[in-house]
Design a protein around this ligand. Structure first.
Ligand code: AMP
Length: 467
């Protein structure tokens, strides 16, 4: 592997790249002028046709890096699958497809299709019959379509593995291998991963040919995040420590990371029994539950999410007030990735880690990796504060995109004709068959009454408060 040199700052504008004019003019309309560091390092190599392995996390602009690379090569008149992007979760696949569609707005008749597990097969089969240029999806479902002969990769030019570390953690190795067998050997392959555990080298060796390695030094803001480390006598003592930290800091949005699913269940149960607004996020959740959990946490009607690393992928939240490592991550890369979610957009967040004497090697690895000296903090006295509650409530509406319900319709129904104030309406999420709207708790009753009695798109939909 060869390392790219750091680009010269004067060459950071997209306009200096040999991109197709329609892609460049669209970037102007999107307001993308300067490349992010990951784009500046990878795009020139991507455009030259090299395979690339890049260390980049969500928020780095990685999607536009590989998105522009594959769009640059794409021939829209050739109506075959030319690019395939594999992602670990449906949320990420949806985000990636949305970004690629945005970047491809100026290319007429381009078809981008998402194929993910956890959603009905029927519509996907129908869409595949119509064909696509770019497919974005999760490995299991893509393999399923390949095996049934509904998807053909003979025309594939670019293969992207996005968040490769998480795909491996989620056990997609075999599915990826089987997909590779059906892809032409002559192709460009790109691998993006937030962390580089040992397995990544192994998969990179299988997928990539003479890749250029791209890693943006200093891209993690983790170095500037204030961290606190608390030593506890036993795993059991962590419960009280967590409660104390939550009560003292009262974070509006906090993710608590555990290393096992069982621990996520136990910790959530404990927090709920004390009256906290907490939900579990792990691989056991069905897609619908997972969607609802993510919506409620992101719209601030749930304050604590107790999650495993894999499940927390796709969590698209601007800034978390707190990340608490109930268990220290297995490797320092993951640790940095976890705490990097706090204090986004320059704001400080709480990054607290609980450890016991068994964790000595993990602490050393973090010190070494982050070039820091860890000093133990002392837990506050048992807090006298009472359990706090979120300000928002979530209302679910039994109508979505398929019923042509749009966010504006929901806002209009809530605030029109003497309804609640627009200030009381929070995030609105519309899915295919349902929608969620966050409202201030004090306005929840009136909001519900408006939705139950009023009409959306000329129809009455069932609506209820999610608890
Ligand atoms: P990603 O890391 O791919 O999830 O991208 C993070 C966000 O940055 C996305 O919302 C992109 O639309 C946006 N973005 C990506 N590249 C640029 C750029 N060069 N200038 C401004 N915004 C960008």
């Amino acid at each position: 592997m060869s390392n790219t040199s750091q680009p010269n700052p004067s060459s950071l504008c997209f306009s200096q790249l040999p991109l197709k004019p329609e892609l460049l003019s669209n970037l102007v309309t999107l307001g993308y002028e300067q490349m992010t560091p990951i784009q500046a390092q990878s795009l020139p190599k991507l455009i030259e046709g090299h395979d690339v392995i890049a260390k980049a996390k969500t928020g780095s602009g990685k999607t536009a890096a590989f998105g522009l690379g594959l769009l640059q090569k794409l021939d829209v008149r050739n109506f075959r699958v030319q690019s395939l992007v594999l992602c670990p979760t449906r949320e990420l696949a949806d985000q990636v497809a949305t970004e690629i569609r945005k970047l491809a707005r100026s290319i007429h008749n381009i078809k981008v299709l998402t194929l993910c597990g956890g959603v009905p097969m029927g519509p996907q089969i129908g869409s595949l019959e119509h064909g696509a240029h770019i497919i974005v999806g999760t490995p299991g479902r893509i393999l399923d379509h390949l095996e049934k002969g509904r998807l053909n990769l003979q025309g594939l030019q670019t293969l992207v593995l996005d968040e490769a570390d998480k795909m491996l953690e989620m056990g997609f190795q075999d599915a990826i291998d089987a997909i590779l067998e059906q892809a032409p050997k002559e192709r460009q392959s790109l691998l993006f991963s937030a962390t580089f555990p040992e397995q990544i080298n192994w998969i990179a060796g299988k997928v990539l040919r003479n890749p250029v390695k791209v890693e943006v030094k200093g891209a993690e803001n983790a170095g500037t995040i204030q961290q606190a480390f608390y030593r506890l006598d036993s795993q059991h003592d962590k419960r009280d420590a967590l409660t104390t930290l939550l009560l003292e800091n009262q974070p509006e949005s906090c993710v608590v990371f555990c290393n096992t699913k069982q621990e996520t269940f136990d910790v959530t149960e404990h927090l709920v029994s004390l009256g906290f607004s907490a939900l579990v996020l792990n691989g056991e959740l069905e897609q619908k539950q997972r969607d609802q959990t993510l919506v409620r946490f992101a719209n601030k009607s749930v304050s604590v999410l107790v999650a495993t690393d894999v499940a927390a992928r796709g969590l698209d939240i601007d800034k978390l007030d707190a990340v608490i490592n109930y268990d220290l991550a297995h490797d320092p890369d993951t640790h940095v990735h976890r705490i990097g979610r706090t204090g986004r957009a320059g704001e400080q967040g709480l990054a607290a880690s609980l450890f016991t004497d068994k964790d000595g090697h993990k602490l050393l690895a973090i010190e070494d990796y982050q070039k820091i000296t860890i000093e133990e903090s002392t837990l506050p006295e048992k807090s006298q504060q009472s359990v706090y509650q979120p300000q928002m409530a979530t209302i679910r509406i039994d109508g979505g995109k398929k019923q042509k319900v749009r966010p504006g319709d929901i806002l209009g129904a809530l605030t029109g004709n003497g309804g609640i104030s627009g200030k009381d309406v929070g995030k609105i999420n519309v899915f295919d068959y349902c929608a969620y709207v966050a409202v201030h708790k004090g306005a929840a009753k009136d909001a519900l009454a408006k939705l139950e009695k009023g009409k959306l798109k000329g129809r009455t939909f069932r609506a209820w408060r999610v608890r």
